[in-house]
Design a protein around this ligand. Structure first.
Ligand code: NAP
Length: 254
């Protein structure tokens, strides 16, 4: 990577962190890779690259940041469901002419034994729950804040990294944490709580997959929230492919 290259990674995913590590290993100076977080969670990664936290102020604010920091390539490595920042990235790239790459991990696909119902969004998924059931709501607290009333009558279990910032319905149980990495732990959670249905988003990736495998093993129906539409552009499936594509851009230029 040449010394004038400066890459902004819009993060909040494991893939963004992996990409930052790969790029750091190739960058002559530490300030050539900037990893950006919205600030939704407190535990930020330890990394030698520059970290910035908080919104830019919409597409215009992002465009201003790209120009003022002399960014030469922008990578949208945000979560598949983070639709606003992806749209802003596209608009800021068009406005400034700074190339944009989209790192988007592939969606999960159902396997034999899965019992999935696709739902257009999280609200539709909660509305599709039977009148009497014990659901595991594997949704973020920010989206639950908007729609929790739709499942307030059910004895639901939900898990989030940060505490809920909405009034938790009386019959609900909240557990703190990230998705478990082991299927045994997810099986135990679903069994112990007597879960009959699962609501989750099609996030893709390995980090949150064990609950899906556990639902399959226990024959629990899954209401699977489909991904929002992406701005039309080519996508790169992982950090390695994105790193190679960036290197190709900088090689062509030099
Ligand atoms: P969103 O709706 O697309 O974004 C809302 C606003 O947050 C954006 O308009 C932007 O503010 C700011 N923002 C988002 N990502 C940012 C980033 N990486 N750096 C700086 N500002 C950012 O996104 P969201 O669904 O709330 O998700 C927020 C963050 O959490 C994302 O970075 C995403 O990768 C991560 N995440 C999301 C989910 C999910 O299910 N949605 C799951 C895991 C992780 P301004 O308009 O002011 O620039």
């Amino acid at each position: 990577m040449t010394t004038d290259a400066r890459i902004l990674i819009l993060g909040g995913t494991p893939e963004a962190r992996q990409l930052a590590l790969l790029l750091q290993a190739r960058a002559p100076a530490p300030d050539q890779v900037i990893l950006s977080f919205a600030g939704a969670v407190r535990d930020l990664p330890e990394t030698s690259c520059e970290i910035r936290v908080g919104g830019f102020g919409g597409a215009e604010g992002l465009a201003d940041y790209l120009l003022s920091r002399k960014i030469t390539a922008l990578v949208d490595a945000t979560h598949p469901f983070a639709a606003s920042i992806s749209a802003n990235a596209q608009a800021a790239s068009s406005a400034t002419g700074i190339p944009l790459l989209r790192l988007l991990r592939p969606a999960w696909a159902p396997m034999q034994g899965d019992d999935w119902t696709d739902c257009a969004n999280s609200a539709a998924a909660l509305e599709a729950l039977p009148a009497s059931c014990r659901p595991f709501l594997a949704l973020g607290r920010q989206e639950l804040r908007q729609i929790f009333s739709k499942a307030a009558h059910l004895p639901a279990l939900f898990r989030s990294i940060e505490p809920a910032d909405f009034p938790i319905p009386e019959g609900w149980r909240w557990i703190e944490g990230r998705p478990a990495r082991s299927m045994t732990a997810e099986l135990q959670l679903l069994r112990d709580a007597g879960i009959t249905h699962m609501v989750t988003k099609n996030s893709g990736g390995d980090g949150a997959y064990q609950k899906i495998a556990a639902a399959r093993a226990l024959q629990i129906p899954v209401l699977m929230v489909s991904r929002p539409a992406e701005p039309a552009q080519a996508v790169l499936p992982d950090a390695e492919a994105t790193c190679d594509a960036l290197m190709a851009i900088f090689t062509t230029r030099s």
